[in-house]
Write a protein that binds this ligand. Structure first.
Ligand SMILES: [Zn+2]
Length: 194
């Protein structure tokens, strides 16, 4: 049975991937939600269920290989590839640039599905698309779990996200949670309890 967006949201909340409160983001802005996809993907059962939506979406698309940017995309790429029974490789960052290492290569004309966990600006996915093109392989599509781009990202290929989670943040001066005196939490610090 197909998971609905509401069911995915419930899984995110249950696993602590989606936290509600008052958060300091790495950008310095404040938000009332914080999302950490790795927290849901740590459970293979949920990774399987959620990635199935991506695998099903591309089930009838011709795909030879799944590729993902490290680190966040690797679990998604591996699980989607497992379900489609295709090869799975990843690109990793070295000197700020994503590239294929470990002897990974793509053949000319190879059909490649790009997978990622969360897309905000889509930067890593665009970089992976450039890698695929540099081998003269073909991008068959892009699949990712969460679209946080507020509907803005267009990769120029078929794209599919299992759900949209609009990113809402504010500069400190405009933060109503600060005005209410609610404790500010820096994600990743020990203060987060779920
Ligand atoms: Zn605030």
């Amino acid at each position: 049975m197909r998971l609905t967006e509401q069911e995915i949201l419930e899984i995110f909340e249950k696993t602590g991937a989606l936290l509600r409160g008052h958060f300091l983001l790495t950008s310095g802005r404040h938000s009332n939600v914080y999302f950490q996809c790795a927290r849901v993907l740590q459970y293979p059962e949920y990774a399987e269920k959620i990635c199935r939506l991506i695998a099903n979406h591309y089930h009838s698309t011709e795909i030879d290989t799944v590729i993902a940017p490290a680190i966040g995309g690797i679990v998604v790429g591996q699980e989607v590839a497992r379900q489609l029974n295709k090869k799975s490789i990843f690109a990793e960052r070295e000197d700020k640039t994503l590239s294929l290492r470990r002897g990974f290569i793509l053949e000319k004309g190879e059909k490649v599905l790009v997978c990622e966990d969360v897309v905000t600006t889509g930067g890593s996915v665009f970089e992976v698309i450039d890698i695929v093109k540099s081998f003269e392989a073909e991008v068959a599509g892009v699949g990712y779990i969460v679209d946080r781009s507020n509907g803005k990202v267009n990769f120029g290929y078929p794209q599919f996200s299992t759900m949209k989670l609009d990113a809402v943040s504010f500069p400190r001066e405009e933060c109503s949670l600060c005005k209410e005196g609610i404790e500010l939490i820096k994600p990743g610090s020990k203060k987060i309890k779920v």
